[in-house]
Ligand binder design. Sequence first.
Ligand code: PEP
Ligand code: CO
Length: 445
Amino acid sequence: MTWNPSSWRTLTAHQQPSWPDAAHVDAVTAEISSLPALVFPGEIDRLRADLARVADGHAFLLQAGDCAETFTPNTEETVREKLQIILQMAVALTYAAGVPVVKVGRIAGQFAKPRTDDTETRDGITLPIFRGHIVNDDAFTAAARQPDAGRLLRGYHQSAATLNLLRSFTKGGFADLTQVQAWNLEFVEAASEGQRYKQLADEIERALRFMRACGIDTTGASSLREVDFYSSHEALILPYEEALTRRDAVSGDWYDGSAHTLWLGNRTRQLNGAHVEYLRGIRNPLGIKVSDNITPADLVALVRHLNPENEHGRITLISRMGVNKIANGLPPLIDAISAADLSVAWACDPMHGNTFRASSGLKTRNFDDILNEVKIFFAVHRAAGTWPGGLHVELTGGDVTECLGGSVGVSEADLANNYTSICDPRLNAAQSLDLAFRVAEFLDA
Ligand code: PEP
Ligand code: CO
């Protein structure tokens, strides 16, 4: 079958909203098609090259951000705090392990959610399920839950504003390594992770001072002043992705201009499904979520289908098994990929296999389960002789109480104190930094 940006339309697309007005979807996506892409082929190609280094064992991927971004409090402050915590984590990982870190946010477009059920029932009332702010609203009313295609356009504009801010932060001086102290978030400073980070930042400042004293111009070095920070989201709402698909005039290749990299969710990775068909034709690097419900043979077939030329940096396999399944679930997949000689980067999502409901009904995760899944991920790769290439986590720069444990010791009774996620529970800033320091120790071992 020949590919084009709409060839997915002949296949089954799971997890799509029931839009009440198909003509409205068409009108909105036509408008989005006429607007500029959000990211550009040169940037996407650079990320692919960075991920090729991850696949080859020379760099580490840190992909992090909200489970679901919201339309509401997406202020400058929340974007800056998310960037700050990711930069801090990257510094902790780079400094301790001496490995370059490829930084990718679940940001500037991570609005759509796959769901287990199509509807939700509360007190005898059944409404459409919340599918993320790019589709409907999370409030439990019939009006809020009605899918509204106008939200696709709003998602586009909010992604553009977020990317604009991220570009100015990362290229305009805020990410300058001489600012390493300034990234420490106020409410983390007092915690043990904040103190540990401060020490590390002091050491980096001393090293930079030493370099300057030796006559090295650290202010002129763009590698110290600027960082590459990439955007990503789950490729879920296919009319939106199609509307942002553009052909590069120079190479003639197709790119999805909605984010630098897209991932295929655990529920939409059917080999003959619409999502796989769409993603096969774009040049963006792709993530694939894998749990223990994919067979080694099916995974090999899927990777071959999405990367027929076996190009380095094209595919990142994001294992999300759960702490109790990874030790048995991951090795057969690694063995099959290695035996088939396929080039992939391996990353660990220690979040999605470890979610449960606390007695209050709130969804949560244990910091220790998250840490232990990453620990086993490293051990499995070390035993297989493959590179444990990355970490994929849900976090926020705020001091939320959504995941249990960590040095700050969030307990079940604390969960309701500051639970603001509209979907899955995120690590707070202190838990995130704590995790980065621990992972740096695994990397350095
Ligand atoms: C997610 O990353 O938010 C998600 C839904 O993951 P998965 O597809 O792995 O369940
Ligand atoms: Co999630």
